[in-house]
Design a protein around this ligand. Structure first.
Ligand SMILES: N=c1c2ncn([C@@H]3O[C@H](COP(=O)(O)OP(=O)(O)OP(=O)(O)O)[C@@H](O)[C@H]3O)c2ncn1[C@@H]1O[C@H](COP(=O)(O)O)[C@@H](O)[C@H]1O
Length: 108
């Protein structure tokens, strides 16, 4: 059943599959190709999501959004960034207006 735990379960699955046999695991195959390939796939899935939003039906958009979230989770895993850290950052922003949040960011 889907819930906020879905992404946490996916994070654990991705961590477990990273060192699996690339012949039997897409996660392992993608990680074996390196960070550049993972980042490229994430970019492609983002583009496909945008195209689905603009030109395709709701079902197509749901599918592309799932591909996008999955590949984001693979990228975060490859960089050792925990989902909890991303969720904490979203929690920190909760209740702030987007304009106030941007103004409070450290200047680069
Ligand atoms: N959620 C997903 C998921 N979503 C999409 N995909 C795969 O992502 C790929 C994206 O499709 P593309 O056609 O763009 O890519 P491709 O042609 O296979 O790859 P390239 O040639 O572009 O490198 C497909 O192979 C999909 O099957 C996923 N693969 C795995 N998962 C999850 O990860 C778990 C572990 O998977 P394995 O590592 O394969 O065991 C699964 O049980 C699922 O929970």
């Amino acid at each position: 059943m889907s819930s906020p735990d879905t992404l946490a379960r996916l994070e654990a699955t991705i961590a477990a599959r990273r060192s699996a046999d690339p012949d039997s695991s897409y996660v392992a195959r993608l990680n074996a190709k390196g960070l550049g390939k993972i980042a490229q796939k994430l970019g492609e899935e983002a583009t496909e999501t945008v195209i689905a939003a603009l030109t395709e039906d709701r079902k197509a958009l749901v599918g592309e959004a799932a591909d996008l979230l999955f590949h984001l989770m693979v990228l975060l895993g490859a960089k050792d960034v925990a989902l909890a850290d991303v969720l904490s950052e979203l929690d920190r922003r909760e209740g702030m207006s987007g304009i106030a949040e941007k103004a409070a960011r450290p200047k680069a």
